[in-house]
Design a protein around this ligand. Structure first.
Ligand code: PEP
Ligand code: MG
Length: 290
Protein backbone atom coordinates (compact mmCIF):
# COMPACT_ATOMS: atom_id res chain seq x y z
CA UNK A 1 0.00 0.00 0.00
CA UNK A 2 1.02 3.60 -0.43
CA UNK A 3 -1.55 5.44 1.69
CA UNK A 4 -4.54 5.23 4.03
CA UNK A 5 -7.05 4.68 1.22
CA UNK A 6 -5.10 1.62 0.02
CA UNK A 7 -5.08 0.25 3.58
CA UNK A 8 -8.82 0.74 3.98
CA UNK A 9 -9.49 -0.85 0.59
CA UNK A 10 -7.28 -3.85 1.42
CA UNK A 11 -9.23 -4.38 4.64
CA UNK A 12 -12.44 -4.73 2.65
CA UNK A 13 -10.83 -7.28 0.35
CA UNK A 14 -9.76 -9.90 2.87
CA UNK A 15 -6.21 -8.75 3.65
CA UNK A 16 -4.96 -9.95 7.03
CA UNK A 17 -2.60 -7.05 7.54
CA UNK A 18 -0.25 -5.01 5.38
CA UNK A 19 2.96 -6.63 4.16
CA UNK A 20 4.43 -3.53 2.55
CA UNK A 21 3.73 0.13 3.22
CA UNK A 22 5.86 1.87 0.60
CA UNK A 23 6.52 4.92 2.76
CA UNK A 24 8.15 6.82 -0.10
CA UNK A 25 4.67 7.58 -1.39
CA UNK A 26 4.29 9.84 1.64
CA UNK A 27 7.43 11.71 0.51
CA UNK A 28 6.72 11.88 -3.25
CA UNK A 29 4.71 14.64 -4.93
CA UNK A 30 5.66 17.29 -2.34
CA UNK A 31 7.99 20.25 -2.32
CA UNK A 32 9.52 19.46 1.07
CA UNK A 33 9.88 16.43 3.31
CA UNK A 34 6.94 15.52 5.56
CA UNK A 35 7.66 16.45 9.19
CA UNK A 36 7.85 13.90 11.99
CA UNK A 37 4.37 14.95 13.15
CA UNK A 38 2.91 14.60 9.66
CA UNK A 39 4.45 11.17 9.21
CA UNK A 40 3.40 10.01 12.69
CA UNK A 41 -0.19 11.00 11.91
CA UNK A 42 -0.19 9.08 8.64
CA UNK A 43 1.36 5.91 10.14
CA UNK A 44 -1.04 6.13 13.09
CA UNK A 45 -4.09 6.49 10.83
CA UNK A 46 -2.99 3.54 8.72
CA UNK A 47 -2.25 1.42 11.80
CA UNK A 48 -5.69 2.27 13.20
CA UNK A 49 -7.39 1.27 9.94
CA UNK A 50 -6.22 -2.35 10.31
CA UNK A 51 -7.91 -4.81 12.61
CA UNK A 52 -6.22 -4.65 16.02
CA UNK A 53 -3.16 -6.85 16.22
CA UNK A 54 -2.80 -7.36 12.48
CA UNK A 55 0.72 -6.82 11.15
CA UNK A 56 1.68 -3.58 9.43
CA UNK A 57 5.11 -3.69 7.79
CA UNK A 58 6.38 -0.16 7.27
CA UNK A 59 9.27 0.07 4.87
CA UNK A 60 11.56 3.01 5.49
CA UNK A 61 12.08 5.52 2.70
CA UNK A 62 13.06 3.80 -0.55
CA UNK A 63 14.08 6.52 -3.00
CA UNK A 64 16.89 6.94 -5.49
CA UNK A 65 17.16 4.74 -8.58
CA UNK A 66 13.82 5.09 -10.31
CA UNK A 67 12.31 7.32 -7.59
CA UNK A 68 13.93 10.77 -7.35
CA UNK A 69 12.79 13.34 -4.75
CA UNK A 70 13.09 16.99 -5.78
CA UNK A 71 13.98 18.20 -2.25
CA UNK A 72 16.53 15.45 -1.64
CA UNK A 73 19.06 15.95 -4.37
CA UNK A 74 21.23 12.98 -5.22
CA UNK A 75 24.26 13.83 -7.36
CA UNK A 76 24.01 12.51 -10.93
CA UNK A 77 25.15 8.90 -11.03
CA UNK A 78 26.15 6.71 -13.94
CA UNK A 79 24.25 3.77 -12.50
CA UNK A 80 21.51 5.07 -10.20
CA UNK A 81 20.11 1.58 -9.55
CA UNK A 82 23.54 0.63 -8.19
CA UNK A 83 24.09 3.92 -6.44
CA UNK A 84 22.54 5.92 -3.62
CA UNK A 85 19.27 4.06 -3.28
CA UNK A 86 17.07 2.71 -0.51
CA UNK A 87 18.73 2.40 2.89
CA UNK A 88 21.92 3.97 1.51
CA UNK A 89 20.08 7.31 1.43
CA UNK A 90 19.10 6.94 5.09
CA UNK A 91 22.62 5.93 6.14
CA UNK A 92 24.15 8.82 4.23
CA UNK A 93 21.59 11.28 5.69
CA UNK A 94 20.74 9.77 9.07
CA UNK A 95 18.45 12.64 10.09
CA UNK A 96 15.91 11.38 7.55
CA UNK A 97 16.02 7.87 8.98
CA UNK A 98 15.95 9.14 12.57
CA UNK A 99 12.90 11.32 11.94
CA UNK A 100 11.10 8.52 10.17
CA UNK A 101 12.01 6.02 12.90
CA UNK A 102 10.49 8.25 15.57
CA UNK A 103 7.35 8.78 13.48
CA UNK A 104 6.94 5.02 12.97
CA UNK A 105 7.44 4.33 16.67
CA UNK A 106 4.80 6.89 17.58
CA UNK A 107 2.27 4.66 15.77
CA UNK A 108 3.19 1.65 17.93
CA UNK A 109 0.03 1.77 20.04
CA UNK A 110 -2.43 2.69 17.30
CA UNK A 111 -3.85 -0.80 16.75
CA UNK A 112 -1.80 -2.74 14.23
CA UNK A 113 1.33 -4.67 15.15
CA UNK A 114 4.09 -2.48 13.73
CA UNK A 115 7.09 -4.01 11.95
CA UNK A 116 9.83 -1.92 10.38
CA UNK A 117 11.72 -2.98 7.29
CA UNK A 118 14.80 -1.57 5.55
CA UNK A 119 15.00 -1.53 1.72
CA UNK A 120 18.03 -2.30 -0.48
CA UNK A 121 20.11 -3.90 2.24
CA UNK A 122 23.21 -5.38 0.59
CA UNK A 123 25.56 -6.05 3.51
CA UNK A 124 25.28 -6.94 7.17
CA UNK A 125 26.94 -3.62 7.95
CA UNK A 126 24.04 -1.80 6.22
CA UNK A 127 21.60 -3.59 8.48
CA UNK A 128 23.60 -3.07 11.65
CA UNK A 129 23.98 0.65 11.03
CA UNK A 130 20.31 1.16 10.17
CA UNK A 131 19.14 -0.91 13.12
CA UNK A 132 21.45 0.98 15.49
CA UNK A 133 19.86 4.27 14.42
CA UNK A 134 16.35 2.86 14.81
CA UNK A 135 17.13 1.39 18.24
CA UNK A 136 18.68 4.62 19.50
CA UNK A 137 15.50 6.47 18.64
CA UNK A 138 13.32 3.72 20.11
CA UNK A 139 15.16 3.75 23.41
CA UNK A 140 15.06 7.54 23.56
CA UNK A 141 11.27 7.40 23.09
CA UNK A 142 10.89 4.58 25.62
CA UNK A 143 8.86 2.42 23.21
CA UNK A 144 8.91 -1.40 23.51
CA UNK A 145 10.91 -3.27 20.83
CA UNK A 146 9.25 -3.89 17.46
CA UNK A 147 10.37 -6.48 14.89
CA UNK A 148 13.03 -5.09 12.54
CA UNK A 149 13.43 -6.90 9.23
CA UNK A 150 14.88 -6.44 5.79
CA UNK A 151 13.94 -6.61 2.16
CA UNK A 152 15.71 -9.42 0.36
CA UNK A 153 16.16 -7.72 -2.99
CA UNK A 154 19.92 -7.84 -3.52
CA UNK A 155 21.32 -11.31 -4.32
CA UNK A 156 24.07 -11.02 -1.67
CA UNK A 157 21.42 -11.08 1.06
CA UNK A 158 19.74 -14.23 -0.22
CA UNK A 159 23.10 -15.96 -0.58
CA UNK A 160 24.06 -14.94 2.97
CA UNK A 161 20.60 -15.56 4.42
CA UNK A 162 21.92 -17.67 7.33
CA UNK A 163 24.16 -14.84 8.53
CA UNK A 164 21.41 -12.25 8.12
CA UNK A 165 18.84 -14.51 9.77
CA UNK A 166 20.92 -14.54 12.94
CA UNK A 167 20.40 -10.77 13.28
CA UNK A 168 17.13 -9.74 11.63
CA UNK A 169 13.57 -10.44 12.77
CA UNK A 170 12.11 -11.26 9.35
CA UNK A 171 12.79 -11.38 5.62
CA UNK A 172 10.53 -9.99 2.91
CA UNK A 173 11.63 -10.78 -0.62
CA UNK A 174 11.33 -7.92 -3.09
CA UNK A 175 11.09 -9.91 -6.28
CA UNK A 176 10.99 -6.82 -8.50
CA UNK A 177 14.49 -5.73 -7.59
CA UNK A 178 15.79 -9.22 -6.83
CA UNK A 179 14.99 -10.17 -10.43
CA UNK A 180 16.56 -7.01 -11.79
CA UNK A 181 19.79 -7.56 -9.86
CA UNK A 182 19.97 -11.32 -10.43
CA UNK A 183 19.49 -11.12 -14.19
CA UNK A 184 21.25 -7.75 -14.60
CA UNK A 185 18.16 -6.51 -16.46
CA UNK A 186 16.67 -3.07 -15.80
CA UNK A 187 13.16 -3.60 -14.43
CA UNK A 188 11.95 -0.46 -16.20
CA UNK A 189 13.38 -1.09 -19.65
CA UNK A 190 10.51 -1.89 -22.04
CA UNK A 191 12.89 -3.73 -24.38
CA UNK A 192 13.66 -6.22 -21.62
CA UNK A 193 10.23 -6.37 -19.99
CA UNK A 194 9.33 -9.78 -21.39
CA UNK A 195 12.48 -11.32 -19.97
CA UNK A 196 12.39 -9.75 -16.52
CA UNK A 197 10.34 -12.60 -15.07
CA UNK A 198 10.69 -13.38 -11.37
CA UNK A 199 9.78 -17.01 -12.07
CA UNK A 200 13.29 -17.42 -13.45
CA UNK A 201 14.80 -20.49 -11.75
CA UNK A 202 17.81 -18.38 -10.66
CA UNK A 203 15.50 -16.04 -8.77
CA UNK A 204 13.54 -18.96 -7.31
CA UNK A 205 16.78 -20.44 -5.97
CA UNK A 206 17.53 -17.20 -4.17
CA UNK A 207 14.01 -17.10 -2.71
CA UNK A 208 14.51 -20.70 -1.55
CA UNK A 209 17.81 -19.71 0.06
CA UNK A 210 16.16 -16.84 1.91
CA UNK A 211 13.29 -19.01 3.16
CA UNK A 212 15.69 -21.75 4.23
CA UNK A 213 17.91 -19.29 6.11
CA UNK A 214 14.86 -17.78 7.78
CA UNK A 215 13.41 -21.14 8.78
CA UNK A 216 16.63 -22.17 10.54
CA UNK A 217 16.25 -19.17 12.82
CA UNK A 218 12.46 -19.49 13.12
CA UNK A 219 11.87 -16.26 11.18
CA UNK A 220 9.03 -15.65 8.82
CA UNK A 221 9.97 -15.10 5.18
CA UNK A 222 7.50 -13.21 3.05
CA UNK A 223 7.35 -12.07 -0.54
CA UNK A 224 6.24 -8.49 -1.11
CA UNK A 225 7.32 -8.06 -4.73
CA UNK A 226 4.97 -8.54 -7.67
CA UNK A 227 5.51 -12.30 -7.76
CA UNK A 228 3.41 -12.78 -4.61
CA UNK A 229 0.27 -11.84 -6.52
CA UNK A 230 1.05 -14.03 -9.54
CA UNK A 231 -1.20 -17.10 -9.43
CA UNK A 232 1.35 -19.17 -11.34
CA UNK A 233 3.90 -18.42 -8.63
CA UNK A 234 1.81 -18.88 -5.48
CA UNK A 235 2.10 -22.70 -5.14
CA UNK A 236 5.81 -22.53 -5.95
CA UNK A 237 6.44 -19.86 -3.32
CA UNK A 238 4.56 -21.91 -0.73
CA UNK A 239 6.61 -24.95 -1.72
CA UNK A 240 9.86 -23.00 -1.39
CA UNK A 241 8.99 -22.24 2.23
CA UNK A 242 7.60 -18.71 1.92
CA UNK A 243 5.22 -18.09 4.82
CA UNK A 244 3.71 -14.67 4.06
CA UNK A 245 2.48 -13.11 0.82
CA UNK A 246 1.85 -9.42 0.25
CA UNK A 247 0.06 -8.09 -2.81
CA UNK A 248 -2.28 -5.34 -4.00
CA UNK A 249 -5.67 -5.50 -2.29
CA UNK A 250 -7.43 -6.33 -5.56
CA UNK A 251 -5.54 -9.64 -5.84
CA UNK A 252 -5.97 -10.87 -2.25
CA UNK A 253 -9.25 -12.77 -2.67
CA UNK A 254 -8.08 -14.72 -5.71
CA UNK A 255 -4.81 -15.72 -4.05
CA UNK A 256 -6.51 -16.73 -0.79
CA UNK A 257 -9.03 -18.84 -2.71
CA UNK A 258 -6.18 -20.59 -4.46
CA UNK A 259 -4.15 -21.12 -1.27
CA UNK A 260 -7.09 -22.95 0.28
CA UNK A 261 -6.94 -25.57 -2.48
CA UNK A 262 -3.21 -26.32 -2.07
CA UNK A 263 -1.50 -29.12 -0.21
CA UNK A 264 1.89 -28.18 1.27
CA UNK A 265 3.41 -31.47 0.14
CA UNK A 266 2.29 -31.03 -3.48
CA UNK A 267 3.63 -27.47 -3.41
CA UNK A 268 7.02 -28.72 -2.19
CA UNK A 269 7.19 -31.22 -5.06
CA UNK A 270 6.23 -28.53 -7.58
CA UNK A 271 8.82 -26.12 -6.17
CA UNK A 272 11.56 -28.76 -6.35
CA UNK A 273 10.70 -29.32 -10.03
CA UNK A 274 10.58 -25.58 -10.71
CA UNK A 275 14.15 -25.16 -9.48
CA UNK A 276 15.31 -27.66 -12.10
CA UNK A 277 13.74 -25.87 -15.09
CA UNK A 278 15.87 -23.98 -17.58
CA UNK A 279 13.77 -20.84 -18.06
CA UNK A 280 10.86 -18.85 -16.62
CA UNK A 281 8.72 -20.06 -19.54
CA UNK A 282 9.38 -23.66 -18.53
CA UNK A 283 8.46 -22.83 -14.93
CA UNK A 284 5.20 -21.27 -16.09
CA UNK A 285 4.36 -24.31 -18.22
CA UNK A 286 5.06 -26.55 -15.25
CA UNK A 287 2.92 -24.45 -12.92
CA UNK A 288 0.04 -24.25 -15.39
CA UNK A 289 -0.19 -28.04 -15.44
CA UNK A 290 -0.19 -28.20 -11.61
C1 PEP B 1 10.63 -5.05 -4.89
O1 PEP B 1 11.70 -4.60 -5.27
O2 PEP B 1 10.19 -6.18 -5.21
C2 PEP B 1 9.76 -4.27 -4.00
C3 PEP B 1 8.70 -4.80 -3.40
O3 PEP B 1 10.06 -2.97 -3.84
P1 PEP B 1 9.83 -1.84 -4.95
O4 PEP B 1 9.03 -2.47 -6.07
O5 PEP B 1 9.11 -0.75 -4.24
O6 PEP B 1 11.24 -1.51 -5.34
MG1 MG C 1 12.58 -2.84 -4.37
Amino acid sequence: IGNLEDARAAMTKGAEGVGLLRSEFIFLGRTKAPTEDEQAQIYTDIAASLHPGQPLVIRTLDVGGDKPLPYLPIAPEENPFLGERGIRVGLDRPEILRTQSRAILRAADAGARINVMFPMIATLEDFRRAKAIFEEEREALGVAPVPVGIMVEVPSVAVMAPQFAAEVDFFSVGTNDLTQYTLAMDRGNPELAAEVDALHPAVLRLIAAAAEGGRKHALWTGVCGGLAGDLAAVPILVGLGVTELSMPGATVAEVKAMLRTLSPEACRRLAAQALLQDSPAAVRTLSNSF
